[in-house]
Design a protein around this ligand. Structure first.
Ligand SMILES: [Zn+2]
Length: 475
C-alpha cells in the first residue's frame, strides 16, 4: 500500500514536470515517435494517454496532442464529426473519414483521412503541420516525425531584398524571386522563377479578403514567410511551402478591401505578373438569383432525403448576402419554399431589366457514383439577332468564370461548362447561367451539401464568379 502511494506520488511529480509548457517562440522542434505514448518538444518529454501509429505510410497523432504540440486551438464537433484547428489566423477544417482538408477556405486532397479509433480522433501529422506552414521531416531510423515551426516573419519591407539574403541562408536554394510595388493604388507583383512556371492557380478568398497564388512544382526557396507592405489594397504577403512532393508554393496577399486582379505569364513562362486593384465605382446592374424548384416541386432528392429545393434556396440567400456586402443589388425569384414557374422566373428578370441571371441547382443522376461541378448556358448556332449573339457569348464568359471559382473553392470533379436548352437561360434577355454545383444523388456530395460551411463555399464561388464577370466587363 505504502509503495503504491509512493509510486503514484512520483508519477504525479513527473507528470507535473513534464507538463510544464514550452513558450511557443522557444520551440525548435517537435518529435513524434511511432508507437510512443509521448512526444518531445525540444528535449522535453510530453506524455500522451495514447500512442502514435502508422497507417498507409502516414503517422497518426491523437488530435488533442497534435493541437497541443503545434499550439493550435481545436474545435471538435461531435455531431458533424468535424475538426477545426486555429493557429495564427490560419484555419484548417477536417472531417473524420474524409481526405479533404480545407485550409483557410481552400479545399485540398490529402492522401489519407483522419480516423476514429477507440472513440478517439487521430490526425495524420504531416498534412496538418504543413497546412500551418510547419516543416515536417520523416526520420526512418527511429520511426520519427520531426516538425519544425515556421521561420519568424522577416522584418524587411522590400521583397526584392530576399535575393540578397541567400548568402546568409545557404541551406535553402534560390528558386523564386518576388517583387512588389504600388502605383496609383494598383499593386503590381512579379514572381520570377528560375525554371518555367508550368502550372499555377490564382483565386480569391473572402472573410478576410485574400488573393492566393499557387505555383506548382516550385519551391519557395529562401523567400521570407511574411512581408508587410502596407499598400492601399495589399497589407502583407505571406509565403508558404503549401505542399511537398509535388511541390506547391503558396503566396497569400492579405487585402485591405475587395479587390480584383489581372495576371499574365511571360513568354519564357518564368515571370508571372499579377496586378491587384479595386474596381472603379459605378452603378452595378441588378443580379437576379434563381433558386431552382420549390414548393410542390422538390427537385432532386439525395440518398438520405436531402431536398434540392432547400439547398438551392439556402445557397441563393447566402449569395445575396455576400453580394449585398459588395454593394451589388440582387433579387431572388423565390424567397420561400413556394412554387414558381420557369417562365415566371425568366420573366421576372426581364421585367426588372436585370444585368445578370444566375439559376442555382444541384445535379442528380441515377448512378450514385456520378459526381462533380458544372455550369450551363444557352447557345443557338443559327442565331441571327446580334443582341442575342452577344448575350450568349457573355453567358459563356460568366459560365467559365463561375465554373473556375466553383472548382477552386469546392475541389470537386470538373464536369465542365456545357450548353443546354433550359428555359430559364434561353428565355432571359441578359447573360444567364445555370449552376449545378454538386450531385445531391451522390452520397459524399449529399453529405457535403448538408453542411453549412460547404453551402457557404458554393455561395462564395458563385458570388466571386459574378463579381469577377462584372469587373472583366469594365476593364
Ligand atoms: Zn434542379
Amino acid at each position: 500500500m505504502h509503495i503504491k502511494i509512493k509510486i503514484l506520488f512520483i508519477f504525479f511529480i513527473l507528470f507535473f514536470i513534464f507538463a510544464l509548457p514550452v513558450a511557443a517562440s522557444e520551440i525548435q522542434q517537435i518529435t513524434f515517435v511511432v508507437g510512443q505514448p509521448s512526444y518531445l518538444v525540444n528535449d522535453q518529454i510530453k506524455p500522451m494517454d495514447a500512442a502514435t501509429f502508422i497507417e498507409n505510410n502516414r503517422t497518426y497523432v491523437p488530435v488533442r496532442y497534435l493541437g497541443e504540440a503545434l499550439n493550435a486551438r481545436i474545435n471538435w464537433n461531435q455531431k458533424t464529426k468535424m475538426v477545426t484547428l486555429y493557429l495564427n489566423n490560419n484555419r484548417v477544417d477536417l472531417n473524420i473519414g474524409s481526405k479533404i482538408i480545407t485550409v483557410n477556405g481552400q479545399t485540398n486532397q490529402m492522401d489519407v483521412a483522419p480516423v476514429l479509433k477507440n472513440n478517439r480522433t487521430y490526425l495524420p501529422a504531416r498534412p496538418i503541420a504543413e497546412a500551418f506552414f510547419f516543416k515536417v521531416k520523416w526520420e526512418k531510423e527511429g520511426s520519427k516525425v520531426v516538425v519544425f515551426p515556421p521561420e519568424k516573419p522577416a522584418e524587411t519591407n522590400v521583397l526584392s531584398e530576399t535575393k540578397g539574403n541567400s548568402k546568409e541562408n545557404e541551406s535553402e536554394e534560390t528558386t523564386l524571386e518576388l517583387k512588389t510595388s504600388e502605383e496609383n493604388s494598383l499593386t503590381k507583383t512579379t514572381v520570377t522563377a528560375f525554371q518555367p512556371i508550368i502550372d499555377y492557380k490564382i483565386f480569391k478568398l473572402t472573410a478576410p479578403d485574400r488573393l492566393i497564388i499557387d505555383l506548382y512544382d516550385i519551391r519557395p526557396g529562401n523567400l521570407p514567410p511574411m512581408v508587410i507592405v502596407n499598400f492601399e489594397v495589399v497589407s502583407q504577403v505571406r509565403v508558404g511551402w503549401f505542399n511537398r512532393n509535388p511541390d506547391i508554393t503558396r503566396l497569400v496577399f492579405d487585402l485591405n478591401k475587395r479587390a480584383f486582379y489581372r495576371s499574365c505569364l511571360s513568354e519564357d513562362k518564368k515571370t508571372l505578373t499579377v496586378e491587384i486593384f479595386t474596381p472603379k465605382p459605378g452603378e452595378e446592374k441588378l443580379v437576379v438569383l434563381d433558386p431552382g424548384h420549390g414548393g410542390s416541386e422538390p427537385g432532386a432528392v439525395g440518398p438520405t432525403g436531402l431536398k434540392e429545393k432547400d439547398v438551392n434556396l439556402d445557397v441563393a440567400k447566402r449569395v445575396k448576402e455576400i453580394l449585398a456586402s459588395q454593394n451589388i443589388k440582387t433579387e431572388l425569384t423565390r424567397e420561400d419554399d413556394n412554387y414558381v414557374g420557369l417562365y415566371e422566373r425568366s420573366g421576372m428578370a426581364n421585367n426588372l431589366d436585370a444585368g445578370l441571371f444566375v439559376s442555382i441547382h444541384m445535379n442528380a443522376h441515377k448512378n450514385r457514383d456520378v459526381n462533380g461541378t458544372s455550369v450551363f448556358y444557352y447557345c443557338y448556332y443559327n442565331e441571327q439577332k446580334a443582341e442575342e449573339i452577344v448575350r450568349q457569348e457573355k453567358s459563356k464568359e460568366l459560365a467559365d468564370i463561375t465554373q473556375q471559382n466553383l472548382l477552386n473553392l469546392l475541389g470537386l470533379k470538373d464536369r465542365g461548362v456545357q450548353q443546354a436548352n433550359f428555359a430559364v437561360v434561353r428565355t432571359t434577355n441578359m447573360p444567364a447561367i445555370l449552376v449545378e454545383a454538386a450531385f445531391i444523388s451522390n452520397y459524399a456530395e449529399e453529405n457535403l451539401l448538408t453542411q453549412e460551411y460547404f453551402r457557404q463555399k458554393i455561395a462564395q464561388a458563385i458570388a466571386q464568379g459574378i463579381t469577377d464577370f462584372i469587373i472583366t466587363q469594365k476593364a
